[in-house]
Design a protein around this ligand. Structure first.
Ligand SMILES: Nc1ncnc2c1ncn2[C@@H]1O[C@H](COP(=O)(O)OP(=O)(O)OP(=O)(O)O)[C@@H](O)[C@H]1O
Ligand code: SF4
Ligand SMILES: [Mg+2]
Length: 339
């Protein structure tokens, strides 16, 4: 669907990314050997339970991992519209600052990570344009107003003069989304940004984001717990568990015939059951602490089809008919689903 530039470089190619935290109980890796690519104009859904490393993957790509965390392995290749590929990890802080908010933008779970509480909305939005482009203030203001309209903010001229504390939480999030859209970036990483918004506004924002991708070739990584959002929005799906991507593939294939027992558990697989409009299912057992992962497969303590070999070593990433998997015993069964 949408804009695809077949045969071209992905706008983002992450390979073997590893981000570690040194804690009092030892070193944990919320991002552990993570690899994926996102094509221009495509939407990738990144799903997984709380604590699986979804946000940390986003922060790692954006160069926003704070101490005591650090990226300690892998590459994050970004290919701009000029076709030039750069490894974001090799950039200086200043070079990364020029890309952030301009060519790659992130929408955070908390909009106040984007908004400055003491500055007026017009100042912040115009600054987002002027920091990266040599345009006049009237053009910057026009773009700010246009972005507010796109995310469904009523009376945009009045709203431009307001401060963040004049807005409700949902309205603040819409402004943060507008700021991410304002420079028509090559890639947006959206970290559950619409969860707190009402369903009508969610629909409007998803529609705008899809339109942006189609028109301008912007790629989107949509982090979510909500499979109904992913089913309607994404082209591809990556499922994270305990810092690793355990299954990825096209959204239709992964939802129709999930092969990893964890993905099956998340979807609540049952033959002949429609999963449209459904959030992630509960899987028996607890997500293991990253500091005390079981030996072997991290999912082994909760897996319904665990075997002896699963507890000896961790499964490596394999590619089975276009599906990327980390499992010694993938399940092959087709389910009926209306995606
Ligand atoms: N400052 C920190 N020190 C140590 N470990 C951390 C720190 N920040 C995050 N982590 C680890 O990173 C893991 C992944 O966190 P992350 O926020 O990426 O999860 P998530 O998938 O986005 O979860 P959620 O759905 O709740 O937002 C956490 O479980 C935690 O173990
Ligand atoms: S490797 Fe084994 S324990 Fe892990 S998900 Fe696959 S079958 Fe289950
Ligand atoms: Mg998160």
């Amino acid at each position: 669907m949408l804009f695809t530039d077949a045969g071209s470089q992905p706008v983002l190619q992450v390979r073997n990314l590893r981000t570690e935290f040194r804690t009092s109980t030892g070193v944990v890796a919320p991002v552990n050997d993570v690899s994926f690519g996102v094509q221009r104009g495509q939407v990738m859904g990144l799903v997984g339970e709380s604590g699986s490393g979804k946000s940390m993957t986003g922060y790692s790509i954006m160069g926003l991992v704070d101490k005591p965390g650090r990226i300690c392995g892998g590459t994050i290749e970004y290919t701009g519209r000029d076709g030039v590929t750069i490894d974001l990890r090799a950039l200086t802080q200043e070079q990364m600052r020029r890309i952030r908010g301009n060519r790659i933008a992130m929408i955070f779970q908390d909009p106040m990570m984007t908004l400055n509480p003491v500055l007026r909305i017009d100042t912040q939005m115009m600054e987002a344009v002027l920091a990266h482009e040599a345009v006049g203030t009237s053009e910057a203001r026009r773009r700010a107003r246009e972005a507010l309209v796109k995310v469904g903010i009523p009376s945009p001229d009045d709203r431009l003069l307001a401060y963040p504390h004049h807005f409700s939480g949902g309205m603040r999030q819409r402004v943060a989304i507008a700021i991410a859209l304002i420079n028509k970036p090559d890639l947006i990483i959206a970290d559950e940004p619409t969860t707190a918004l009402d369903v009508t506004i969610q629909g409007q924002i998803l529609f705008e984001m899809q339109k942006l991708c189609a028109e301008s070739g912007t790629a989107l990584i949509w982090i979510t717990h909500d499979l109904s959002v992913v089913a309607g929005l994404a082209d591809s799906l990556s499922v994270m568990y305990a810092g690793r991507i355990v299954e990825s593939g096209s959204v239709a294939e992964v939802l129709e015939s999930p092969m990893h027992p964890y993905t099956q558990g998340l979807i609540g697989c049952a033959p002949s059951r429609s999963r449209r409009g459904q959030s992630l299912a509960q899987i028996p057992g607890m997500t293991p602490s990253l500091a005390r992962l079981p030996v072997g497969c991290a999912f082994s303590e909760r897996c319904a089809v665990v075997q002896n070999d699963c507890q000896r070593s961790a499964p490596l990433q394999t590619n089975i008919s276009g599906r990327v998997l980390r499992c010694f015993h993938p399940v092959r069964q087709k389910y009926e689903i209306n995606v």
